[in-house]
Structures are given as C-alpha cells and as structure tokens.
Write a protein that binds this ligand. Structure first.
Ligand code: NAG
Ligand code: NAG
Ligand code: CA
Ligand code: CA
Ligand code: CA
Length: 506
C-alpha cells in the first residue's frame, strides 16, 4: 500500500517537473536543444523512478557496518524482500550480484551468515549462475521460496568498490582491516565456558578475553568449524551443531565482546583462530554463538584410489540427459543449447565419469542435515534426496579458476558396502532411513546418472580435479582433513586420466 502511494507521488513529481521545465525553456533555446535536455531529464527521472519502484528482482545488501559494498544479499520478489541461502553460493553468483548492484565485480562470496543471520524468509536456494547473467533472477535456482535452509545460512557478498569510490576513499582510508589472531590481540590468553544448555555439552559460548569479564561471542559467520574448536578445547568431543541465535537464552544479558571468529577447524585453542580486528559489537541478543558437542561423531573419508581407477570419458546425447538436466548435473551451456536449438536433444555432451566411494570411519552414523519430512522427492530418479550438497566435483585450470563444475547437488545416502561383521542399515528405497553407518561405504558408481563432471566446453590439457564430500561443513565430523581429493587430470582429445591425488580439506 505504502509502495503504491509512493509510486503515485513519484509520478506526480515527474509531471510537475516536466511542466516547470517546459515553462522555463519555452521562450528560449532552439527547440531541438530544449527537446534534448527534456529527454535527458526524463531519462534520469525514469531511472530514479525505477529505483524507487523497487522492481521485482531488485537486490540490496544488509548487515554490514562498513558500507553498502558488502552484506547479506536480499532480493525483492512479489513486493517482499527475502534472503538467499548459501548452498552452492560461490564466486560466480557473487559476481552477478555485485555487477547488478553497479560494482565492477566481487571480492568474495560469504556464507554462514557472515553479516548476521537471515532476517527474512529465503526466497532463493541452490543458485547456479554461469557468470554472464546481468541479474540474479536469470540464474537457475530451486524456485521462489523453495529452500531447506536454517536462518544461519545467509549468503552474502563483498564487492570490489568502483574507481570513483576508490578515489574518494584514497584520502580517508576505510578499507576493512584484515582479521587477526585472537592470541595476538589478547596476549594474556582466553578462557571459555558454556552456559544455558540443557546438558553440560551444549550452550552459548562464553569467553573471557585476558582480564576482562565474561562475555558472549557474536554469531556472525559462526559455523561448525569454530564450534568444533570450542568442543575440542573444552574436552567435549566434536561439534554436531553451531548455533547463531538466542537459543540458549543469554539469561544474564552478558555483553558481546568479539565478532567474526574464523577457524580452520583443526586448531587446539580458539585463541589460534582469527577475529575481526575492530571489535564492533553490533550483534543483538539474538545473534549469539552457541555449540552442541558430542563425543561420538561420524567421519567421512573419500576414496581417491577408486576415483583414479574408474575415471573415464563418455560422450552422450542430451536426449539421454534430460533427468540430469532437471537435477542440474550438466554445465550451464547445455541449458543454453536447449533454449536456442530446436534439435538440442541431438547435441552431445562430454562427461568425465568416475566412482565416488565414501566410507564412514567415525564412531557414529552419518545422518543427513535435513529431517526426513523435508526430503525432496525426485521424480526423475525416483528417490528422495536427503542432503542437497553432499559432494562437489570441480575441474580447475592452472590459474586456479573453476572451469567445470559438477553440480552433484543431491544424493540419497545409504550403506552400499560394509566391513565384515557390520550389518547395513540405511537404504534409500521405500522412503527408508538415510545415512551411512560406521564402517560402511556409500558408493556412487561411475555408471549412474549425474555421477560425472560435464567437461564439454573444456580444451584438452592439464587440469586439477577436486572432489569433496560434505563440502560446506553442514554436518559435523571428527575431521574435515580427509574429505577431499585433489588430483591431476590429463585430458586429451580422446581420453582422460586422473592421477596423483592428495587428500585434504574441501
Ligand atoms: C531564444 O531562442 C531563439 C531561437 O533559438 C533566439 O533567436 C533568441 O535570441 C532567444 N531569445 C532570448 C531572449 O535569448
Ligand atoms: C570399525 O572398524 C574399526 C577398524 O577396522 C574397528 O576398530 C571398529 O571397532 C569398527 N567399528 C564398528 C562399529 O564396527
Ligand atoms: Ca554455485
Ligand atoms: Ca538447499
Ligand atoms: Ca571426514
């Protein structure tokens, strides 16, 4: 309603301005000259009008205190603002957002609510851009309002500031200071404790920085990696959940003292992690870091030997890839071909196929991040997907750019092969429980649909193939240092080999 009124008001202003302009210029200047000027003004007014109108698909950045070049991304749909989920959120999407907002490009895509938790409904999830789009709404995504995300999965961006902005900030440098190690700021050391939990192994994280009083930690960017360091340091095992809210109450209304904590996940002490140099205590009581720790935990290990043994090429017509297209398993170029060519189904795609075998070597079952009632039924493959981002397959060139991406977003987790004496328990069929038992493997054979990277647009050459499981750390594990294989990929006109794999972090 308010929007409508404002629109009407803007139209009125526009008309009055035009009239005044006409009156002022009518008795002078050549007609063409005045006409030109008039058109210029109309153009500018139209532009401002469009801005005010808040068009469908408009973007805004929220939650940053340093300026409008960074923040969580919010998008306008159906007259309402909504957030964007960080699943599959990376540099390509960030680039599209920044350019749509008038910046030259993106420095970074941010995840896990680096600029605070999502304040609104999620309008978009699993956004796939190829980078050439001029607006975010032109990228593929799961559909307006379709998401499986919790409020701590807000996607954001940090945009490069334009020349103009740079020139003016040259005199007043306001670059965000880089993060620094906590132990360098608080040399007397830090102490940690949990409070407000239902049991001893969970609660909001309370921290004592040097000689200061106890305080709470800002939830911005708080993920399972930081939570894991806290659990480990307190001798409580591993993190099964990272909380970014007032879930544990903050009953004593403790002040917030530190923000932007960022860990690798294998630090022995939280003081080894980074934090924002400026202690901007912006967080409200709603945005407090908390943890849930567990002694028993799953640990997925990706089998790189099986990857090397099975990697090979296959050429396949798009006709046979329609299910795969529905599930985002082909490169964006294929969708372009489908839109633009009548005979698109005769076009061939070149696929790099391989088997992904994932073993759980931990002490607890690996269970999907999403509860059963939220699993998505996939008509094409006739099974439920319990975890959208279970694995990622990327081909990277010698400059470190992703040149092909296997959107292997969705999986159905089950026990395909267990060590002697272990009974398989998880099965995808018949809406069965999904997961991977201790000492069992989930195997995605090279001959099943979507088990590939679409490399049709790739020139022959030397590349890096990186395969990672649980890549966005959405489910807790004992270690993430064994979740990814980074391998050499030799690709010629006729064959491909994968070799020299190194295990590491996603
Ligand atoms: C107004 O414009 C006309 C035509 O371009 C010009 O001949 C005339 O001198 C101008 N009048 C005044 C008052 O400047
Ligand atoms: C899994 O295997 C390891 C080593 O092979 C063994 O020590 C452990 O007891 C097994 N765990 C279960 C639950 O079978
Ligand atoms: Ca992406
Ligand atoms: Ca998702
Ligand atoms: Ca692992």
């Amino acid at each position: 309603m308010r929007l409508q009124l404002r629109r009407i008001r803007v139209v009125h202003i526009l008309m009055i301005l035009l009239f005044v302009f006409e009156f002022c210029t009518s008795n002078n200047d050549s007609w063409t000259n005045s006409h030109e000027k008039k058109m210029q003004i109309i153009k500018k007014l139209r532009k401002d009008f469009r801005k005010l109108k808040k068009q469908e698909g408009a973007l805004t950045l929220t939650g940053s205190e340093n300026g409008d070049y960074e923040g969580n991304v919010e998008i306008l749909h159906d007259g309402k603002w909504g957030s964007i989920c960080d699943d599959e959120w990376d540099d390509l999407e960030a680039g599209v957002v920044c350019r749509q907002l008038g910046f030259n490009g993106a420095i970074k895509a941010t995840t896990n609510g680096q600029f605070g938790q999502a304040r609104r409904r999620y309008w978009m999830d699993n956004v796939y851009c190829d980078g050439s789009e001029d607006e975010l709404t032109r990228c593929r995504f799961d559909g307006w309002g379709v998401s499986d995300c919790s409020s701590n999965e807000a996607a954001g961006v940090i945009c490069t500031r334009n020349e103009e902005a740079k020139a003016s900030s040259a005199t007043v440098p306001e670059e965000k200071p880089p993060k620094v190690k906590i132990k360098d700021t608080y040399q007397q050391g830090i102490a940690l404790r949990l409070s407000g939990g239902r049991i001893r192994s969970e609660g909001q994280v309370e921290i004592k920085l040097g000689n200061a009083d106890w305080s709470v930690v800002c939830g911005d960017g708080w993920s399972i990696l930081e939570a894991g360091v806290v659990c480990q340091q307190l001798g409580l095992g591993y993190a099964s959940d990272a909380i970014q809210s007032n879930f544990f109450g903050n009953k004593e209304a403790m002040p917030m003292s530190i923000s932007g904590i960022e860990c690798q996940g294998n630090e022995k002490n939280l003081a080894e992690c980074l934090h924002d140099d400026l202690i901007v205590v912006s967080g409200t009581a709603e945005n407090v870091a908390g943890v849930i720790c567990q002694r028993e935990m799953a640990d997925l290990v990706f089998d790189h030997i099986e990857l090397m043994r099975t990697a090979h090429l296959e050429d396949r017509q798009l006709y046979w890839l329609q299910c795969a297209m529905e599930e985002n398993c082909v490169a964006s170029q294929a969708y372009k071909v489908q839109r633009e060519s009548g005979n698109w189904y005769l076009e061939t795609r070149r696929l790099l196929r391989f088997t992904a075998r994932i073993l759980n070597t931990g002490t607890a079952d690996f269970r999907p991040s999403v509860p059963k009632h939220l699993w998505e039924w996939h008509m094409c493959h006739m099974h439920y997907h319990s975890m959208e981002i279970f694995a990622t397959f990327d081909v990277i060139d010698s400059n470190g750019n992703k040149v092909a991406e296997g959107h292997k977003a969705s999986f159905c987790l089950e026990d395909n092969q267990c060590m002697p004496g272990v009974q398989p328990r998880y099965k995808c069929a018949n809406y069965g429980d999904q997961g991977i038992s201790v000492n069992c493997s989930d195997i995605y054979k090279h001959n099943i649909d979507c088990q590939w990277v679409d490399i049709s647009e790739l020139e022959p050459g030397h590349y890096t193939l990186k395969v990672a499981v649980n890549p966005e750390f959405k489910v807790g594990e004992m270690s993430f240092d064994n979740n990814a294989a980074t391998c050499r990929l030799l690709y010629t006109e006729t064959f491909a080999t994968v070799h020299s794999c190194i295990m590491g972090r996603p």
